[in-house]
Ligand binder design. Structure first.
Ligand SMILES: Cc1ncc(COP(=O)(O)O)c(C=O)c1O
Length: 477
């Protein structure tokens, strides 16, 4: 197979045969048009995969005209560094207004208190992960300064996004996991209460969580946070830009925002249901004193009096401009319209799943739903659906697959195709040609209690990451 090498996950190093591999710095530059033509062709081919509407999540907007508009906005500011506000004052306008709009969406006026510091505020980060790890940093430093906590702990439902663990790992915070009943799929607040101690700095709830799309009982978590005087981060990275519109449309979605007194930070991703370009999220804080814990200043540096508002240094003004333009161009009306189509599509797809007694819905979802089966391994269904062009996201413990409904699924015919293919997939799974499902090997759960097995899986994941960063060994250039 020439210079194409298989990586541990079975993928090939992409395009080596067709486009070659650049292994050293090219002596001369290539004509711009040639580069553009090549990239356009490949990008269009790759886009055709999700444009069918059969791919879960990730392409939240999918509207090529919206993307073209955002790219035009981006081009005006792409080269600008938002760290240097003296020469790009527009960045302050974009960041301030993105945050103001997001605060409004999260009913932050309910959190305005006495004095300047008791004012909700926020900042724009590079994505959900950065928003979340920044919240971990802020709470660690706040409680170290205010309560002298040197061995901080956070309490995390097992369904919370791994970004919290990443933040804990980076900033030396102990993670205390709280199990989540797979039938219910949301955290049991009494179990969280049991784990709170003098070192607890934060508790976490998701609106909604990634595996099942379900919403933790944020109101009860808020009461608990107030009662025990700890902070509560609401992870709205996935649901933050769609659930508020769902509430306004009258769907059964509980309050999870700043109207609840215990909610101290919320993350919500402009690059997901905010329909912005990839690379932005907002982190909202209940008060300005809290936000100062994410700032970094070094007045003594020979290079000048350095200061940055968050983890990043230089940031593209283009991403701020395009996130702002996405929100301003759509307005409430645009977001409400898209949300209605997404919720209606998601409920129609859930009706399809619920019409099969062999399938089991995980919890009570809204725009993102996950299903499993007590009759067969659900990855048999995934195997079949994959052949028909569907791409779900896989869960484990128990094995399940989820569909995060986005705008591409709202196209005519997608729900009908889902119904037709799922019907055939269930028949296939009841009598599969092979005992072990093929995709289960990648997405399904491996036993947790077999010694060394999780280390083996971790090793395979590291190998996969290597193969995503490296060139294939040897071969022609
Ligand atoms: C609930 C939730 N939180 C956090 C994240 C992390 O966001 P990002 O991938 O933008 O870093 C995701 C991503 O899917 C998510 O679904």
């Amino acid at each position: 197979m020439a210079d194409e090498q298989k990586n541990p996950m079975g993928n090939l190093y992409p395009y080596a045969e067709r486009l070659g591999v650049i292994r050293s710095f090219p002596e001369k530059g290539r004509p711009r048009q040639e580069i553009l033509d090549e990239l356009r062709e490949v990008a269009q081919e790759e886009d055709s995969f999700w444009q069918t509407g059969q791919c879960s999540g990730t392409m939240y907007c999918g509207d090529t005209e919206h993307y073209a508009f955002l790219n035009e906005v981006f081009a005006n500011y792409a080269h600008v560094n938002a760290l240097q506000r003296d020469i790009c004052p527009s960045a302050t306008r974009f960041e301030g207004e993105i945050t103001a709009m997001a605060l409004d969406m999260m009913n932050a006026s309910a959190a305005v208190g006495e004095g300047d510091d008791a004012t909700p505020c926020g900042s724009v980060t590079s994505g959900g992960t950065e928003s979340i790890i920044t919240s971990v940093l802020m709470y660690r430093d706040k409680y170290r300064a205010e309560r002298g906590i040197t061995e901080p702990e956070m309490i995390l439902p097992t369904t919370a996004h791994p970004a919290f663990e990443k933040g804990a790992h980076l900033f030396g915070v102990k993670v205390v996991h709280v199990p989540v009943d797979p039938e219910v799929t949301t955290v049991d607040v009494d179990l969280v209460r049991e784990q709170i101690n003098d070192n607890t700095i934060m508790i976490v709830g998701s609106a909604g969580n990634y595996p099942y799309g379900t919403i933790d009982p944020i109101e009860e978590l808020s009461d608990l946070a107030v009662e025990r005087d700890v902070s509560l981060h609401v992870d709205g990275c996935l649901g933050g830009f769609i659930l508020p519109w769902g509430q306004q449309l009258g769907y059964d979605i509980p309050v999870f925002d700043f109207r609840l007194p215990g909610v101290t930070t919320i993350s919500a991703d402009t690059h997901k249901y905010g329909y912005g370009l990839k690379g932005t999220s907002v982190l909202l804080c209940r008060d300005r004193a809290l936000r100062r814990h994410q700032y970094f200043t070094t007045p003594e540096w020979p290079g000048g009096k350095y200061n940055s508002p968050g983890i990043a240094g230089s940031r593209s003004g283009g991403l701020l401009a395009s996130a702002w333009a996405s929100m301003v161009s759509l307005g409430r009306e645009g977001y409400l319209g898209y949300a209605k189509a997404i919720f209606e599509t998601a409920f129609a797809m859930q009706d399809v799943v619920n019409s099969h007694p062999e399938l089991k819905m995980m919890g009570k979802p809204t725009f993102c739903f996950s299903f499993s089966s007590d009759r067969f391994d659900i990855y048999h269904v995934n195997d079949f659906m994959k052949e028909r062009g569907w791409r779900f996201n896989g869960q484990q413990y128990p094995n399940a697959i989820h569909m995060c409904v986005t705008r591409p699924q709202t196209q005519a015919g997608v729900v009908e195709k889902f119904a037709e293919d799922l019907d055939a997939a269930v028949k296939y799974a009841l009598d599969p040609p092979n005992e072990a499902p093929i995709t289960g090997a990648v997405y399904g759960g491996v036993p947790k209690d077999v010694p060394g097995l999780q280390d083996l899986v971790r090793g395979a994941l590291v190998g996969y990451l290597d193969s995503c960063q490296d060139l294939p060994p040897g071969g022609k250039s």
